[in-house]
Write a protein that binds this ligand. Structure first.
Ligand SMILES: *Cc1c(COP(=O)(O)O)cnc(C)c1O
Length: 426
């Protein structure tokens, strides 16, 4: 039995606990979750269950309380939950690295395991800067990205988030000043591609890397763009001696209909970040993969090591669950499942286009987005979704969903109904 009543818990929560992007004390009361199973969250106030339309921020692709993932965690818990990674290694880490190398775009061969997505972006940036430093080109230390992106909340990632949503104004003079291209148009546009090429060429001497989210820009605005731009970036980076970092933290592991979004374009980046769905939403873990060229560059330097090593690097519990989650994904026909959800979302969201206040409806893979022509009323939109029995977390002008891949057709239809209701009332 829980020790605290729901009321006591919420009072303490409000007084002591920060929530994402929240004030202190909190102003909006969160819902209390007691447990979760399959695609359903069970609420502690006795109000019943909500279908999860968010996969806990893209991560719980197999749903909650999955017997196979539970077993992987339990089995590893009985062996060891953690040991340090300096001077020691273990099977879960090695197995995970091998799986990531095997499934990721051809050419990525080395894996740095880290604690979270933001840290994996920090590591990616450090790799790129150090690569050039080692090769005697320390002037190459800026990054180029396009607007509308999101890469995490620590300092380096913040500097390449969209300047408008990313609090750049608040942190002027503190954040590294990076090079920004306009946001990529949805369809391929040769004139835009030319401007990208020109911008990369113009800044080549000071650029360590181009970093972008491939095909889907997530928390920066839920925008989709033509995979063709990835080929443009790859070519321009090769021409101008700039590294290419793809941040697949949101898009990885099947979400967009390809295992990795880079696969839509057949492009191999020099460095790639994965996270979120890596452990099936069980625990925090991310990884930075790189090519031998990047690793060689670092190893030839004055300081021939990658100077990074988090305390909980390669945590065996997280690595075991990640291996089980990847095996679970690859053992099923995930492509068909994602396609099925895509079809369900297309059907279910189509009529949202005629809701007053809706600017655009877009669907790709297991991602459905309704963009409004105004800032969403978070409280009203959340309440409307909850009345439909669904958990959604809209932001800015966006009501969106990326359900677990195991969401059945009826539940997908209900999620779509809830998105429509949230768009109408938010
Ligand atoms: C969520 C996200 C991150 C940050 O990951 P955290 O685990 O939240 O630190 C970075 N890049 C992208 C594309 C993301 O979606």
């Amino acid at each position: 039995m829980p020790e605290l009543s729901v009321r006591e818990l919420l009072d303490l929560d409000r007084r002591h606990v920060w929530h994402p992007y929240g004030p202190m004390p909190g102003r909006q009361e969160p819902l209390v979750v007691e447990s979760a199973s399959g695609v359903r969250l069970r609420m502690a106030d006795g109000s019943g269950e909500l279908i999860d339309g968010m996969s806990s921020w893209w991560s719980a692709i197999h749903g909650y309380n999955h017997p196979v993932l539970n077993e992987a965690a339990r089995g590893q818990l009985d062996r060891m939950s953690h040991v340090m990674f300096g001077g020691l290694t273990h099977e879960p880490a090695v197995q995970l690295a091998k799986r990531l190398v095997d499934m990721s775009p051809e050419g990525l061969e080395h894996v740095f395991l880290c604690d979270s997505g933001s840290v994996s972006v920090e590591v990616a940036v450090k790799m790129c800067l150090q690569h050039w430093r080692s090769l005697g080109r320390p002037g190459k230390q800026r990054l180029l990205t396009w607007r509308g992106g999101y890469h995490g909340d620590t300092w380096q990632p913040m500097s390449v988030c969209d300047p408008e949503g990313g609090m750049h104004e608040l942190w002027q003079g503190v954040l590294q000043r990076q090079v920004f291209a306009e946001a990529p148009p949805a369809e391929f546009d040769e004139a835009y591609a030319d401007r990208l090429r020109e911008l990369i060429g113009r800044h080549a001497d000071e650029l360590a890397a181009v970093i972008v989210e491939p095909v889907v820009q997530g928390a920066g605005g839920m925008r989709f763009h033509s995979p063709e731009y990835l080929r443009v970036l790859r070519e321009a980076c090769d021409t101008h001696d700039v590294l290419l970092v793809l941040d697949e933290i949101a898009t990885g592991f099947g979400r967009t209909g390809a295992l990795f979004a880079a696969d839509h374009a057949g492009v191999t980046p020099d460095v790639m970040c994965v996270g979120k769905a890596l452990t099936g939403g069980y625990m925090t873990m991310a990884a930075t993969l790189c090519t031998p060229r990047v690793a060689d560059g670092i190893s030839r330097g004055e300081v021939p090591v990658l100077a990074h090593g988090p305390t909980f690097m390669a945590n065996p519990l997280a690595a075991s669950v990640a291996c089980a989650s990847i095996d679970l994904l690859l053992a099923q026909d995930w492509r068909t499942e994602v396609k099925r959800i895509e079809t369900g979302l297309r059907d279910g969201l189509a009529e949202a286009a005629s809701v007053p206040g809706v600017r655009e409806v877009r669907v790709l893979g297991a991602i459905g987005v309704v963009q409004l022509d105004h800032e969403v009323d978070l409280e009203a939109a959340t309440a409307a979704a909850v009345r439909e029995g669904v958990w959604l977390r809209p932001f800015r002008d966006l009501v969106y969903t990326m359900p677990p891949f195991v969401t059945g057709d009826e539940d997908v239809a209900r999620i779509a109904r809830a998105v429509r209701a949230a768009a109408r009332e938010g």
